[in-house]
Design a protein around this ligand. Sequence first.
Ligand code: UD1
Ligand code: CA
Length: 452
Amino acid sequence: MNNRFAVILAAGKGTRMKSDLYKVLHPVCGKPMVQHIVDQIKDCNVKKTIAVVGHGAEKVKDQLGKDVEYVLQEEQLGTGHAVMQAEGLLREEEGTTVVLCGDTPLLTKKTIDALLLEHETKGAKATILTAKAEEPTGYGRVIRDKDGAVNKIVEQKDANEEELSVKEINTGTYCFDNKALFLALKNVGNSNAQGEYYLPDVIEILQRDGEAIAAFQTLDFNETIGVNDRVALSTAEVLMKRRINEQLMRDGVTLIDPENTYVSSDAIIGKDTVIYPGCIIKGKTIIGENCEIGPHSEIDNSKIGNNTTVKQSVVHDSEVGNEVSIGPFSHLRPQTKLSNHVRVGNFVELKKMSMGEGSKASHLSYLGDAEVGDNVNVGCGSITVNYDGKNKYLTKIEDGAFIGCNSNLIAPVTVGEGAFIAAGSTITDDVPGQSLAIARQRQTNKQDYFKK
Ligand code: UD1
Ligand code: CA
């Protein structure tokens, strides 16, 4: 096995995005473009992955973390100049360096593997990943001689009429012999339409030196699209969504309306789960088998068990058990933990709290900073009063307690096991187990008041 290294170009500003967010950080199906690429290259047996950062370097580093090494390109003088920055980390290495762009989010490990294999078996000094584009405008064109051998790549802005009519494009992904790459880069100049040091010029340099150049054409242009503006971003979004949704369906998930279902590429969904239209499933969400999700639910970074229903609800950073019923119109905010057989109904908001097996809050409640035991019934309109304007306090409701409708539980407070709170109570003191607490004024009826 050859030594393999990867360089990911991620230093550009992305002027054409017209955005305060750096281009490679724009998300596609919820994940920044550059992260998509890093996730694909991770499993390609590379020894070192180097991201070239510049614009928004700190933000890109925050995103990619320790998965890659970094080199800084202080001034963005072109893709060739960008790769040069990795010389310090790669100069001594023998092997293959694959160069990828941070703005081609749809590229798959499968295609990168195929490119690497082609490069390593053919033994070329450089192998370009190319594709046939119906609409090649904007891409570099692959110029071949009459025998079909690759001569060079010409950028859109430098191309003549004849070159512009070529439909085979440079995808911006290449394999190089590492040593040959850095030698050739020294000879790349910047006398071109953009005044930049172009990485693709390495091809012509190597070719003129009599080195073997190969091109590997992928059949799926869609996989290689480079996202330079928001129009391409939306195309990438549609294609990525389709890819993710098709895979889910092949894995046994029913999507009632795949065009209107948005699932992150990091989500895992079990078989026989049905997703209704308008759902957005984000982050590293895990949903079990045989669940019913939606319509119109947003689930972010949460874990949901089996046979659970989530209707028209929002669930963030929470954990939900099996056979739980959520919604319609519930809101689970971060750090909510629901055990099996819990029911949370209309207009119930939960935050940093847990509910034990079989407990219910079926209507119009706010339960924040709370520990609710098993088989508790929280009546309609009951709330935990967890905040005094400065600090947050804990409410504990022990197993089997019954909280009558419209109760205020003023935290810190504990309602003991099997206790019963009369409807409309404002509970300020702990309630012992098995007792009844009434904390409201008794009703007085003034007889014949209106006759007088
Ligand atoms: C580039 C290729 C073009 C190819 C296309 C594929 C060059 C000169 N052109 O064009 O042949 O068809 O990709 O999508 O390479 N970057 C840096 N530092 C720089 C400049 C760019 O890190 O100084 C990064 C960008 O952040 C981006 C990538 O390199 O991730 C590509 O740069 P971009 O400006 O998008 O190149 P294209 O014009 O798309
Ligand atoms: Ca690009």
